[in-house]
Design a protein around this ligand. Structure first.
Ligand code: BGC
Length: 747
């Protein structure tokens, strides 16, 4: 038997005794809740029956856009009975209003519903996939894009998004890398915070802001073999160091909810991981929002082999700290019985129910349950010219110029006949990418459409598909080659279909699928200039393609304005400045491959090709095809005069960057640090800062970074974060591999 009570539990016990109910102390209430919100919640909590409290803990799907097995039915009746806390996948003002009316008019306590949806990269105006957006290194634009997403989603009744997805991922076989911000924790954390701010705005009660949900807590991005939903097995230090910080960044930015992940960590599935959901999240990090499971992840505790049945699963999840069960019905079906059997406590049910009511109050739903149901807003605030223009700019900022042999890009002025070839050139359905919310693919602009419009009547543009993205049919090759022979300039659109990345879309080979490499090869033989545009949701191993004398523009899936934004780059109106946020391997066999790896005890020195017993492959070099942070421009930049000065705990880094080419251009100047002797092994480089600067042709800019010694801190074996005085190497450069550096001793 436990001998001593914590202070918190004593307060809870006193509250129970004095009020005669299970209402918890107000210490659990968010700072932003007003006195009247708190009074409303207190009053509801004192009136709610057990069933009504349990009712708040259920999130049911409307039947639109299912992403997994359906477990519930008869939702409308349940809403009227006060047994539903939230609905997912229901939007449009009429639909939301009708469902909300069932809760507000028909249920006993008239508690409004939350309406959640996967607004991942836009609602109706679809922006580039998040991985693409991250390549812009433009935090302000990312925040603005989420602001637009929030405006549109709330104009259609939604008040909760299952985003941002902040899973760090180092394995491009995993299809969900398209949803995240790439492999770097530092950059991923900045982007995570920007997204939360964009969604939630300054005032959650405004009718155009919605509740964010950081997901998937935690380490979902590290499944073995890159296979979705697979086991995660990582050290505690890696978890703290690489996978958790973006979640903490979301919470620090005010995220009101968090979603558990499907995977296990150290043998404990996240959905029943008390250490993760209670000790770390609430006690250590002070999270005040609510925890929702992923789709049926409570039920899946049975398949994981830690719960005997769904009832047992419900017990484990609630006790671990889950507040809301997504779709699985386990809380609805078993929680009352579990309470009767004393397997869960009333206190825990109360805390969970209260956390859902708090979210509703924070969103202003008690003041006006139809706050997000404005027909006028639905008619005037969706896909506006401003939204489309931001989406277009985001497309061009997300594009990364990977290769530009013979300066094939930008398209030269006065070019004669143009051939557009390839399976992705005119595929509207593939432009939005996975998780495209309520976006309509019919409204997306393809590359062919955009390029034709740009050339107008001046230049003839011809099109051949050549092949499909993902089969072995070469019957279109001849026509493609014939067209290429007759053209002066070829734009070749290759890549993956959009369904090949996203959830449950892992691949073992990350090469260009189907016969696309062969198509590129036969076209290259024509000797014509070829600008390849790549559409894909993950880094691809394009070693074969990059061996051809072509230009390669990585365009990801750009969303509604894909074609227009890409055309802006192809025609040179926008000088590309995007930099990849995930390493592009030479071969799938190098995976996992990421820039902030460890040196090992037997590092391979590139110049020494004789030593066998070093950490290397027999059949492939260690370095990637394109390193993290890489991306070319139509101009060139030169780095010089790196200075590093230290003063008490401040480190000032300055560098000069000159635009040595013939165009104005933006450059993402990247700062990396290596801790040369740590108490634990440290990565060969870690991103610690960046600046995206416009540098005019012929201009030299001095760029400064200020670091604090705390920026050098990392988790030690005692799981405390501090830095080790000693020697550090400071690098500044155009990508993680091409840098200039200086050593500095910091005491
Ligand atoms: C995904 C989540 C998503 C949920 C609701 C799940 O399958 O893993 O990311 O938010 O479905 O659509």
């Amino acid at each position: 038997m436990q001998k001593c009570f914590s202070l918190a539990s004593m307060v809870a016990i006193l509250m129970f005794t004095f009020t005669g109910s299970c209402v918890l102390s107000q210490t659990t209430v968010h700072q932003n809740l007003s006195a009247s919100d708190i009074a409303k919640i207190d009053s509801l909590m004192s009136q709610m029956t057990l069933e009504e409290k349990i009712g708040q803990l259920n999130l049911f799907a409307s039947g639109w856009d299912a992403t997994g097995p359906m477990a519930g039915s008869n939702n409308e009746q349940l809403i009227r009975e006060g047994k539903v806390g939230a609905i997912l996948n229901a939007y449009t003002v009429d639909y939301v209003r009708a469902l909300q009316r069932m809760a507000v008019d028909d249920s006993r306590l008239k508690i409004p519903l939350l309406f959640g949806y996967d607004v991942i990269h836009g609602h109706r105006t679809i922006f580039p996939i998040p991985l693409g957006q991250s390549c812009s290194w433009n935090l302000k634009m990312i925040e603005d894009a989420e602001r637009v997403a929030a405006v549109e989603a709330t104009a259609e009744g939604l008040n909760w998004t299952f985003a941002p997805m902040v899973d760090i991922a180092r394995d491009p076989r995993w299809g969900r890398v398209m949803e995240g911000a790439g492999e770097d924790t530092w950059l991923g954390s900045k982007i995570a915070a920007a997204r939360v701010k964009g969604f939630q705005g300054k005032d959650l009660k405004a009718n155009n802001t919605l509740l964010a949900c950081a997901k998937h807590f935690a380490a979902y991005g590290a499944p073995q073999g890159g296979r979705d939903y697979h086991t995660v097995d990582i050290s505690q230090i890696s978890l703290y160091e690489w996978y958790l910080p973006p979640f903490k960044a979301c919470l620090d930015a005010g995220a009101g909810s968090i979603m558990t992940s499907f995977n296990e960590i150290g043998g404990v599935p996240s959905t029943c991981n008390k250490w993760l959901l209670t000790d770390l999240l609430r006690k250590e990090w002070g999270f005040k929002g609510f925890v929702v499971t992923d789709w049926t992840s409570t039920n899946e505790l049975v398949d994981h082999g830690v719960a005997e049945n769904f009832k047992d699963a419900a017990r484990l999840a609630l006790n671990a700290g889950v507040d809301m069960d997504m779709v699985g019905c386990t809380f609805l079906d078993y929680m009352a019985e579990l309470l009767k059997e004393k397997k869960v406590t009333m206190g825990r049910i109360d805390t969970a129910a209260r956390s859902i009511l708090e979210a509703k109050a924070l969103l202003g739903l008690f003041d006006d349950p139809y706050r997000y149901c404005s027909k006028t807003r639905q008619e005037t605030e969706i896909m506006t010219p401003d939204h489309l223009s931001l989406a277009r700019r985001m497309v061009s900022e997300s594009c990364v110029l990977l290769q530009n042999q013979n300066q094939i890009l930008p398209i030269p002025e006065g070019v004669g006949r143009v051939a557009i070839i390839g399976p992705l050139a005119d595929s509207k359905k593939d432009m939005l990418g996975s998780w495209s919310g309520a976006g309509k693919w019919e409204k997306s602009v393809t590359l062919l459409e955009a390029v034709r419009e740009r050339f107008g009547k001046k230049t003839q543009v011809f099109y051949e598909k050549g092949c499909n993205a993902n089969d072995n049919d070469k019957s279109g090759f001849d026509a493609a080659v014939k067209l290429a022979m007759s053209a002066d300039y070829i734009i070749l659109a290759l890549g993956e279909n959009s369904w090949m990345s996203g959830e449950a879309a892992s691949r073992t080979s990350i090469e260009l699928p189907g016969v696309q490499n062969e198509l590129a090869e036969v076209l290259a033989k024509t000797g014509k200039p070829i600008a390849v545009v790549l559409f894909n949701g993950r880094p691809l191993a394009i070693t074969k393609l990059s061996g051809l004398p072509v230009a390669i523009l990585e365009a990801w899936f750009g969303g509604t304005q894909a074609g227009n934004g890409i055309a802006d780059v192809l025609f040179g109106d926008v000088n590309p400045a995007g930099k990849i946020t995930m390493t592009f391997p030479r071969s799938g066999g190098q995976i996992p491959i990421f820039y902030n790896a460890k040196n090992t005890g037997r590092p391979f020195i590139l110049t020494d090709t004789t030593d066998k017993y070093v950490s290397r492959y027999l059949d492939c070099s260690n370095d990637p095809l394109f390193p993290f942070g890489y991306g070319l421009s139509y101009t060139s930049f030169e780095y010089s005069n790196l200075e590093v000065a230290t003063d008490v705990n401040k480190i000032t880094v300055t560098v000069q960057v000159a635009n040595t080419g013939s165009r104005d251009g933006e450059e993402v100047i990247q700062l990396y640090v290596r801790d040369k002797v740590g108490s634990l092994t440290r990565p060969v480089k870690e991103l610690k800062g960046f600046e995206k600067a416009l540098i005019k042709k012929g201009e030299t800019k001095t760029i400064s970074f200020i670091l604090n010694t705390n920026d050098l801190a990392y988790y030690h074996t005692d799981m405390k974060k501090y830095w080790d005085p000693g020697e550090f190497e400071v690098f500044v450069g155009t990508n993680s591999a091409e840098t200039i550096s200086k050593s500095v001793t910091i005491k």
